[in-house]
Write a protein that binds this ligand. Structure first.
Ligand SMILES: Nc1ncnc2c1ncn2[C@@H]1O[C@H](COP(=O)(O)OP(=O)(O)OP(=O)(O)O)[C@@H](O)[C@H]1O
Length: 844
């Protein structure tokens, strides 16, 4: 130490109790206090309320007391004025001072000595006494006395300084103790708060899982209800359809039958008419028949009479013959008797012969008549027989027609009955349909109310999820962790996503309890070299794991909080790390159908900044895009620099980074950003590799600076978003790269390894963080330090041939995940001297 140098005033800072974040926070807080300003709290502090502030105010007031060393100095100065006898803060040091030669009173001080002689302490202590030749003893004595006096003055001065240092050291120790007590108190409060938050988180998780359970129950019920109602509806629809069908069929058959009935009625009418006419005809015929019969009967009777007459005549002939015989006998007798009377008798005989002749004639006549009548009867019989047949035919026809009529009557009756049944069925079906319609309406109402319930539950779930995310965010902020999300891309064409021999999926997602959406299991070749053909499982846990089927929206949903943070004045850095071809560019940029993180971030930044306009906030946004290619910065929005020019990165004391000669563009709408990205992608270095036809050969850094100001509250915030698509790591040997590709790959691997070293150094709180080891880390210095919120995507491929690389990436990511890099800070300024505590643009 130089003689006469003043002891520096204690800074008020001290060793923080634990960790770099503690040191950082302690340093920051102390700086703020020493400047007499209130320290800005992180976003969470708004939520934590006054407790922490009160503690800080107490600590601040303790720390703002006049510093002890000054008092000590004042005391020591006073002691000098009044001499050694005066008690001061160092009184307890006096015995030791007295033990080593007490300085004589009214001695010259060292300052006076220095003024007089111009010598330093060292000069005096190392000075050798030189006596002039022939100097007398008293002269020498005098010289020695003076020298001893000077030495005493120096000794006195050194002792005094030693006392001062000791006093200051003890003060510093006390101060450190005090700070440590304050810090421990704060840490205890913080731990308590973290516990509280974790409890809240547990509560939120429990309520979330309750809500999820409830939702899944409701969904199950809804599904069942949907199913049963669907079944009922479909069976009803089916029944209705069949009823309608039947009804239509019935109606059709009814109309057919009605037509048939009408037709039948018509034919029946015709038949009846015909039947009537037949009956009439029949009656006529019957009349004729009966007349004929009567005539026939009369003829028969006549015939019988004639026959009887013939019989009678033949009887009378017999009688006559008998009479003749008798007469003959009588005549003979008489002849005999009357032979005498022969003449008389002869005459009698002649008369009788005459009489017989006439009777014979009459009989012949009668016989002829009989014959005639018989012929007539036969003729009549013949005639009558013909009519009968006709009649019988007609009777048969009539009978058949009557049968048909009765059949048709029966059919008609049956049809009438069927029609009545069909009408009844139609009425029942209509009744059923209207009842089912009512039921349908009721079911629809139920379904709608259940759907509303589902929407409500989903909203609750979303809110719960939002709370969970915010709490998780807060805990992460308090812990100062760098967050790591893992994303697995789908298995590509010609790739195999299963382990050899077993056909077990290479990547699995354990989904139980807390591990759900956070854990990943990969099967990778066992053995240190990773070349074994046996695959064994390795399990990792991250802040979030996105399986292959996750959408870009799912991914963005998880990071939208960080966009808000950038608008609140934080520096946010999101980067994608992983093997070449694992999906980094897809995640960060996406494609025309599926926008990735950067376009979505832009969309949200503009949307939120527009919403904040209502609260008086106005944001200016400036974007720049550069790439780090072969350890050189290249502007992707401007012209390439001349060969002798290079972009230079500069970091100022406020944590702002600028790149010389870099094109920065004001953006006022998402389309501007999209256009910039398109331009940048055209210029970016890409090339085909074994793993990816369109492989990014450079690290691309998209930077959006957000300057927000609120005229109403006179506040200004400065946020920065660094969105980085890193080039992919690749095993040079395995990829067989040569020439330019080899050089690119070597530079990529070197810078990625430097990135890993920086994060590890930050995590282990190393004094030295090797930012300068690569252009990438040097550029991102302010974004990677504890003052920023950092999120890393580790992208992995599920292909069998990438298993080893995937395992390396996951191991690296797990190490990063375990790092605590410090607590992020907002950049906020306020114009007002008596300003209220600064609120983030989000707080209302
Ligand atoms: N989640 C995903 N869903 C669908 N396709 C994907 C997904 N991730 C990646 N891909 C496809 O896989 C291929 C390689 O992806 P990408 O180019 O993003 O890989 P990378 O990690 O950026 O590679 P490199 O480091 O070589 O640039 C692309 O065709 C991309 O469309």
């Amino acid at each position: 130490m130089q003689s006469g140098t003043r002891i520096p005033k204690p800074s008020g800072g001290g060793r923080a109790p634990a960790g770099a974040e503690g040191r950082q926070a302690g340093r920051d807080r102390t700086n703020e206090w020493n400047n007499g300003r209130k320290m800005e709290q992180p976003a969470l502090a708004d939520a934590e309320g006054g407790a922490l502030k009160a503690r800080q105010t107490r600590a601040q007031s303790r720390l703002q007391k006049p510093s002890l060393p000054e008092a000590v100095l004042r005391g020591s100065r006073k002691r000098k004025d009044v001499g050694d006898g005066c008690p001061g803060p160092q009184a307890k040091r006096q015995p030791s001072a007295q033990k080593s030669a007490p300085p004589p009173p009214a001695e010259e001080t060292f300052e006076e000595l220095h003024e007089r002689t111009g010598k330093s302490e060292l000069d005096i202590l190392s000075e050798k006494l030189k006596f002039n030749k022939g100097a007398s003893a008293p002269k020498k004595m005098e010289l020695m006395k003076n020298c001893i006096k000077d030495l005493r003055t120096v000794g006195h001065s050194l002792l005094e300084r030693k006392d001062k240092f000791e006093a200051e050291a003890s003060y510093q120790a006390a101060h450190v103790e005090e700070l440590r007590a304050v810090w421990e108190g704060e840490e205890a409060m913080r731990d308590k708060r973290i516990e509280g938050l974790e409890e809240e988180l547990q509560g939120a998780k429990a309520s979330l899982s309750d809500t999820k359970d409830c939702l899944s129950r409701v969904q199950d019920e809804l599904r069942d209800l949907h199913q049963t109602s669907g079944q009922q509806i479909s069976s009803l629809d089916e029944a209705l359809r069949t009823s309608k069908h039947e009804l239509a069929f019935c109606e059709k058959s009814l109309s057919e039958r009605t037509a048939k009935v009408e037709e039948l009625e018509e034919s029946s009418r015709t038949a009846q008419n015909y039947s009537t006419s037949l009956q009439n005809y029949n009656q006529g015929l019957q009349r004729q028949l009966s007349e004929q019969k009567e005539a026939c009967q009369a003829l028969v009777d006549e015939n019988r009479g004639l026959k009887e007459q013939v019989m009678l005549l033949s009887g009378s002939t017999t009688q006559l013959e008998q009479k003749v015989e008798a007469v003959k006998s009588v005549a003979e007798t008489k002849v005999q008797l009357l032979q005498g009377d022969s003449s008389q008798a002869k005459s009698e005989l002649a008369r009788l012969s005459k009489e017989l002749h006439s009777v014979t004639l009459a009989r012949d006549q009668w016989q002829r008549d009989c014959e005639k009548w018989k012929a007539q009867a036969d003729m009549y019989q013949e005639k009558t027989g013909k009519s009968l047949e006709e009649m019988q035919n007609m009777e048969t026809r009539r009978m058949a027609l009557e049968g048909m009529c009765s059949d048709q009557d029966e059919i008609m009756e049956r049809l009438r009955r069927e029609t009545a049944i069909a009408v009844e069925q139609k009425r029942l079906a209509e009744e059923l349909a209207s009842r089912r319609g009512d039921e349908n309406v009721e079911l629809k109402r139920k379904v709608e109310s259940l759907e509303a319930l589902v929407v409500e539950k989903e909203t609750q779930m979303k809110e719960g999820e939002e709370i969970r995310k915010r709490l998780h965010n807060t805990i992460m902020e308090l812990k100062g962790n760098i967050r790591v999300f893992c994303r697995v891309r789908p298995v590509g064409d010609g790739e195999c996503g299963t382990a050899p021999k077993t056909a077990t999926p290479l990547v699995e997602y354990p989904s139980q309890g807390d591990q759900k959406d956070r854990a990943i299991k990969v099967l990778a070749p066992s053995g240190s070299s990773g070349t074994s053909s046996d695959f064994q499982p390795f399990e990792f846990a991250f802040d979030r794991v996105f399986p292959a089927q996750s959408t870009q929206e799912d991914v963005f949903d998880e990071i939208s909080q960080l966009v808000q943070s950038a608008l609140d004045g934080y520096k946010v850095c999101i980067f994608a790390y992983g093997q070449t071809g694992s999906g980094k560019t897809y995640t960060m940029l996406g494609n025309s159908e599926n926008n990735g993180v950067i376009p979505r971030v832009m969309q949200q930044v503009f949307q939120t900044s527009n919403e904040l306009r209502e609260q008086g906030w106005n944001f200016r946004m400036r974007a720049s895009i550069l790439e780090v290619y072969n350890e050189e910065y290249k502007d992707l929005l401007g012209k390439h620099l001349a060969a002798n020019e290079k972009h230079k990165v500069h970091h100022d004391a406020h944590g702002n980074t600028t790149v010389s000669g870099l094109t920065t563009v004001d953006v006022s709408k998402p389309e501007n950003a999209a256009e910039l990205l398109r331009r940048a992608m055209e210029k970016r270095a890409v090339g085909a590799t074994k793993m990816n036809d369109n492989s990014s050969r450079s690290h691309m850094v998209f930077t959006l600076k957000l300057d927000g100001s609120n005229e109403g509250t006179q506040q200004h915030v400065q946020g920065v978003l660094n969105l980085i698509d890193l080039a992919g790591s690749e095993r040079v040997k395995a990829s067989g790269s040569q020439g330019d590709r080899l050089k690119e790959a070597q530079n990529i691997n070197k810078s990625l390894s430097a990135l890993g070293d920086v994060i590890m150094a930050l995590g282990t709180k190393n004094e030295h963080v090797p930012y300068r080891n690569s252009k990438l880390t040097w550029l991102l210095q302010n974004s990677l330090s504890g003052a920023s919120k950092v999120l890393m995507f580790v992208n992995i491929s599920p292909a069998q041939e990438s298993a080893n690389e995937s395992l390396c990436s996951l191991r690296f990511a797990a190490k990063v995940n375990a790092c605590e890099i410090g607590v992020a800070r907002r950049t906020v300024k306020t114009d007002q001297k008596d300003s209220q505590p600064t609120r983030s643009p989000r707080s209302r």
